[in-house]
Design a protein around this ligand. Structure first.
Ligand code: HEM
Length: 494
């Protein structure tokens, strides 16, 4: 008897369920390229709980039922590995935790966990607020000149800086702009590779490939410097970097080699950057379009902080902030999709899943599925109040994944979101520059394709803001146009 027999005892039919027709050799690749997000949203509406489709000649099963997601991520998680789409990111990400399976993954995860959650977390609040204060000081120039800012790269740089300051306690100038550019370009190349059906171009001596290698070297160099600086420093920091270095220097620990140390460090920059930035970018976008929500949040920030710097303890005291962040990540989940590969034949519900097939969770489609969400296109933070959350299936909401591989940085990301947004609101009003095209680009993470331009003004005190005229009265549905993107990238897991 298998786990599937226990979990799905009444399985009768065993035919492949229906799904969208594709083209020979390409499968549904052109449909995905044309309008990625709507392809998945429509599949979840038009077909059943499990929908087969093809990327090239590879069969993929899209899972639309939260109970089936639970099955893959928890009940039978041992049968589901990371799969071949992840291999495309190997030159950049090596064999880091996100890319690993089995015993190696477990060791890496157990080593990192205490240094990123639990007692380590409160120590990270201050460096986060320091990082956002540096950004605020720069933004003041824009307030004075009235020059609009593109919030997307700004928040991405900030999220990267947060990783360097919290997990590595870097206290030297690491040339953040250069590292930011190199990482952005390297991730862009990985996205291209995920898209292409044949890997031929990866082996050709093109300028693009040379640039990819150069960008990886920039990242390697900065990580080497971070490690060397720490090894020469007699102080104990108790951060993730010291945990990694201790494990590497331990002759008994065969999992951590110098290469593994490099891979883990680079990966934490990658996984902690665009995801956390996505949550900040889309939250600021939604707040600028929904003044009533923004006013209420501003009031909460004012009531709790009264103008002083936010601390770790304050985060818990701002429940509306958490609802806003949760709702922003429902509508715009930075990790909009992720996947697994069946290691052995299995069955989910009544559908046979042959060994080697990919199983995909489309977080974006699940978060907008009317079976689990009332009025799913509306921005309504109150839906995350304890009363209205009752009865919702757990895996209908999965911005951080779930099960044994649930995002290890989720507590950090939520704290970062609350500290950064509250600090920014204390300083500024954010107004969207009118007339700009806002399009969601679903690449490795969900990002605004043309950026997000905003004009900043000095913040008004909450009381005055509450009395100010409403900047926009209607609550528009939250579905900007979606651009074609990367089919299977999965949050920072590519
Ligand atoms: C809003 C921000 C974030 C979102 C939406 C997010 C989302 C996710 C998701 C969906 C997964 C699961 C992928 C899968 O199951 O294949 C994941 C895994 C992971 N995340 Fe995050 N993440 C965020 C922030 C962070 C941060 C700040 C860090 C650390 C600095 C981080 C580190 C990781 C790691 C290491 C994994 C792999 C865990 C494993 O394989 O065991 N994440 N994240």
């Amino acid at each position: 008897m298998t786990i599937a027999d226990v979990v799905f005892p009444s399985a009768m039919e065993r035919e492949l369920p229906s799904g969208p027709k594709g083209l020979p050799l390409l499968g549904n690749l052109m449909d995905i390229k044309r309008d990625t997000l709507n392809f998945f949203v429509n599949m979840s509406k038009d077909y059943g709980d499990i929908v087969p489709y093809k990327i090239g000649t590879d069969r993929v099963f899209l899972i639309n039922n939260p109970e089936y997601v639970r099955y893959v991520l928890t009940l039978n998680q041992r049968n589901y590995g990371k799969g071949k789409f992840f291999a495309k990111a190997k030159p950049l990400m090596g064999g880091a935790m996100v890319m690993s399976d089995g015993d190696k993954w477990l060791k890496l995860r157990r080593t990192a966990l205490p240094a990123i959650q639990g007692k380590a977390l409160p120590q990270m609040a201050e460096p986060i607020v320091d990082a956002v204060d540096d950004v605020i000081a720069r933004f003041r120039g824009n307030v004075r000149s009235g020059t609009p800012l593109d919030i997307a790269p700004e928040m991405t740089k900030l999220a990267m800086d947060v990783v360097f300051r919290t997990l590595f306690r870097v206290n030297f100038d690491y040339d953040a702009d250069r590292v930011y550019d190199a990482l952005s370009a390297a991730l862009g190349e990985v996205e291209q590779r995920i898209w292409s059906l044949t890997p031929i171009s990866e082996y050709l001596p093109t300028r693009r490939q040379a640039a990819f290698r150069r960008n990886i070297k920039v990242l390697d160099d900065v990580v080497r410097r971070v490690i060397e600086t720490r090894r020469a420093d007699p102080n104990e920091y108790g951060d993730l970097l010291s945990v990694f270095i201790r494990a590497t220097d331990d002759p008994e620990n065969m999992t951590y080699t110098e290469k593994q140390l490099r891979d883990e460090c680079i990966n934490f920059v990658i996984v902690g950057r665009d995801t956390a930035a996505g949550a900040l970018i889309w939250s600021l976008y939604l707040l600028s379009r929904h003044p009533a929500v923004e006013r209420r949040l501003r009031q909460e920030v004012d009531d709790v902080l009264g103008g002083r710097r936010p601390t770790y303890e304050d985060v818990e005291k701002m429940p509306y902030m958490r609802m806003v962040l949760d709702e922003a990540m429902r509508l715009y989940p930075p990790g909009w999709t992720f996947s697994r590969m069946a290691l052995e034949d299995d069955r989910i519900g009544d559908v046979d899943i042959p060994k080697g097939s990919a199983v995909q969770m489309c977080v974006y489609a699940m978060h907008r599925n009317p079976r689990y969400w009332d009025n799913p296109e509306a921005f309504d933070p109150e839906r995350f109040s304890p009363e209205r959350s009752k009865g919702r299936p757990q895996f209908a909401y999965l911005p951080f994944g779930g099960g044994g591989r649930v995002c290890i940085g989720r507590k950090l990301a939520l704290m970062e979101g609350a500290l950064v947004i509250s600090r920014l609101l204390q300083s500024f009003q954010f107004d969207l520059v009118p007339g700009q095209k806002i399009e969601i680009e679903p690449m490795i993470t969900l990002r605004p394709k043309h950026g997000l331009k905003m004009t900043l003004r000095d913040a008004e005190p909450a009381g005055e803001a509450a009395a100010a005229p409403v900047r926009e009265s209607s609550a528009p549905a939250e579905r900007p146009a979606s651009a074609g993107g990367c089919p299977f990238a999965a949050a920072h897991s590519a």
